[in-house]
Design a protein around this ligand. Sequence first.
Ligand code: GLN
Length: 456
Amino acid sequence: DAYLAAMEKHRGLNAYITETPDKARSMAEAADQRRAKGEANGLMDGLPIGIKDLFCTEGVLTTAGSHILDGFKPTYESTVTANLWRHGAVMLGKLNMDEFAMGSSNETSYHGPATNPWKRRGSAQGGSDVKLVPGGSSGGSAAAVAARLAMAATGTDTGGSIRQPCAFTGTTGIKPTYGRCSRWGIVAFASSLDQAGPMARSVEDCAIMLNAMAGHDPKDSTSVDVAVPDFRKALTGDIRGLKVGIPKEYRLDGLSPEIAKLWDDGVAWLKAAGAEIKEINLPHTKYALPTYYIIAPAEASSNLARYDGVRFGLRVPGKTLDEMYELTRAAGFGKEVKRRVMIGTYVLSAGYYDAYYLKAQRLRALIARDFTEAFKDVDVILTPSTPSAAFGVDENSDDPIAMYLNDVFTVTVNLAGLPGISVPAGLDSQGLPLGLQLIGRAFDEETLFRVGQVVE
Ligand code: GLN
């Protein structure tokens, strides 16, 4: 009831697209009954959470932040959300997001931007009057967790969409190893990069929630059949002797002094806790952003072909079938989604495939190899999560390149399929939260949780 009241009071943040109070009450009541009978065995029994609108939820509107999925109520439940309900979690509603998870500010949502509950200090750059973005694409999830409109939330991360919004809102989120969580029933953006993960108030909450979400699923052929350890057991606080890599290439020209200082602070904290710091090289880092912005649109253009006005959501009638497709897609997709579909079909077209898509695939392999080499010498890598703190609504929305630069520290991790966590690590001079990122070996989320807890 407290969460439902808070959601109502803070509707101005536009964090929720759909509220499900009836469902929340009946799920909470069932949890109470289980507790009364001593049967509350789930990891999240009775805990109220929000769900990013990219997850299909049976009988509950699922729009992926797009007009084209107007009125779409799935007849099935995504594996990840089904796992959460099996562990007793309670659903508060569906959370705002960039359209089809394409964006870094939640401004591409058809439902309008979600707002960051944090504000700049009174005197700084327009001060508390300026509305700040919560990051994206999981912007509604981050805003809801930060404003206490959910105890935790699900997110998805294709190029940073869990970690960047967590950094912008002072919350904690992990993109697990590719294959750790099932993608079944999650609206696909770029299938070789997409991964679901928890967004919460602490490393420990993320550890618990990932245990509830993860696991092999025969319905997703890329879900990996490896044991899921009890992540809470990794939270020992002991990182003595652990080797932490600091990649030179992430010290970009013009990196803001505040971000550089945050990174240095992180190094100092880990050193003080007994870790060994080593400088490492990830030589292909500079190619990561262009590689990502070829591969992700290529896969998106293929995945989004299914929105044709026949099977899901919106239909704009036309005189012929082709005209119906065209009118539906013209009206149903926003500007950023259309830009990605055009880039994607271009780089996959016969004349350009070798020059762009194939080259990007080769670079992806080299970026992954950089990490494999680095992890021969170190156990974990420390970087900033983002190149800046949260920016103002409308500040970057007209400049796609400026927007894409937000992802400079996060996309490498998705291209390599590795786990990455963002942990709140301090405030900038305007009083806004900043995050540090830890990157680990494949299926070694445990080290990220252990080290993350030392940073938080
Ligand atoms: N900002 C990136 C993009 O727009 C990443 C999005 C994501 O991780 N879903 O593609």
